[in-house]
Design a protein around this ligand. Structure first.
Ligand SMILES: [Zn+2]
Length: 376
């Protein structure tokens, strides 16, 4: 099919936009996709949420008795990193079936693949349940674009199922953990280091807090697919100079929660455990996602992927979070699958690449998933 080649070409076009978050510009890339979809008859709306930051929502078709299929992906990328690249990160150079570039796997190839698959049905979706394409920015810094859409009245339409085209090497995944990042602060009174009895040492308080966190009991049973929540103290800062009593200390806490875990209740439990000396501030709050593999649509997706993978998919999850954390609740918790052509181990790496053949496979898979949902 001619569309298949186009997805590889469209990936290359998208790679030429520097959408590094936060220094790059998402607008040109968003317009490029929005124009393509608008020209094909999609209803296209832009949702800027900051300077150089924007999301695109495009829809087509629609039917009263069945909601549209939602397809989503982000166009922002992480920075290039400190190591030099051997390939131009913004050229989309191809070498031995691999296309190089920042965002090639995570996840411009995924966006290109579902846009091309959607375009292939442009003339057949009127009167069908239709599609809603949600192309976001700001994902890499905590799903900012997706949360903006979820909060903004009328920005999102409806979706009866949600496909997230994040890199999975085309293996359909049914869940991911949530992330709850907190900064804990302790306060004290400074004094000369030779007279500590005159001060109140904030580092001692922080040290007691860290010790309490090491064996923190979440008080919940492990999730059947995603296991137990985890907690890691990632940073510890306190004091300014060796000969003063420190009057402030800060601890960075990275908690990975399981789907269904209530972050407010967890915050309260942490507050109780740490006591009144410790002040807690939320830095990132992204929920987990899980859909039962007995769900009809998940079974359908597994069915579509079986011949492509050469085996029936098993229930698997992934460690990174996705925009589904923001979009899924906004759509009323539809079944959600994470499935994209990028290579997960290439995400955020130097000389990031994706495999052209997987992009073609993904287009075929998305077309079949769209065909079955929309019955066209
Ligand atoms: Zn991503």
């Amino acid at each position: 099919m001619t569309n298949e080649r186009n997805a590889v070409e469209l990936t290359k076009e998208l790679l030429q936009f520097d959408t590094i978050n936060p220094t790059g510009d998402e607008t040109g890339c968003a317009r490029h996709l929005g124009d393509l979809l608008a020209d094909a008859g999609f209803r296209v709306d832009y949702h800027p949420y900051g300077e150089r930051r924007t999301c695109v929502v495009a829809s087509i078709g629609g039917k009263a008795d069945k909601r549209p299929l939602g397809l989503t992906g982000h166009i922002d990328t992480v920075p290039l990193g400190a190591s030099p690249w051997r390939k131009d990160p913004f050229a989309g150079e191809t070498d031995a079936g691999r296309m190089y570039g920042r965002g090639s796997s995570d996840m411009k190839s995924g966006v290109a693949a579902f846009v091309v698959a959607a375009l292939a049905f442009r003339d057949r979706l009127a009167g069908s349940p239709g599609l809603e394409l949600v192309i976001t920015g700001g994902e890499e810094t905590g799903c900012e674009g997706a949360f903006h859409l979820a909060r903004k009245q009328g920005a999102l339409g409806r979706a009866g199922a949600l496909l997230v085209a994040e890199p999975t090497s085309n293996y359909p995944l049914v869940g991911h953990k949530g992330a709850f990042w907190l900064e804990a602060r302790t306060h004290g009174v400074t004094a000369h280091g030779s007279m500590p009895e005159r001060g109140d040492n904030a580092v001692y308080k922080a040290a007691r807090a860290v010790a309490a966190l090491e064996h923190f009991d979440f008080g919940i049973a492990p999730h059947p697919l995603l296991g137990a929540p985890t907690l890691n103290v990632g940073t510890f800062h306190g004091g300014l100079n060796i000969n003063s009593v420190p009057d402030e200390a800060r601890i960075g806490i990275d908690i990975r929660t399981v789907p269904g875990q209530d972050h407010n209740a967890l915050h309260e439990r942490l507050r109780e455990r740490l006591g009144p000396d410790v002040e807690l501030q939320t830095r990132l709050d992204v929920g987990g996602v899980h859909t039962d593999t007995r769900d009809d649509w998940v079974r359908e997706v597994f069915d579509v992927m079986t011949p492509i993978l050469g085996e029936a998919p098993q229930a698997r999850s992934v460690s990174y979070f996705t925009d589904a954390a923001a979009l899924r609740p906004a759509y009323g918790m539809p079944p959600t699958v994470i499935l994209g052509p990028g290579e997960p181990q290439m995400a955020h790496q130097t000389d990031e690449y994706c495999v052209a053949e997987r992009i073609r496979e993904a287009v075929g898979a998305y077309e079949e998933i769209i065909r079955r949902w929309c019955e066209v």
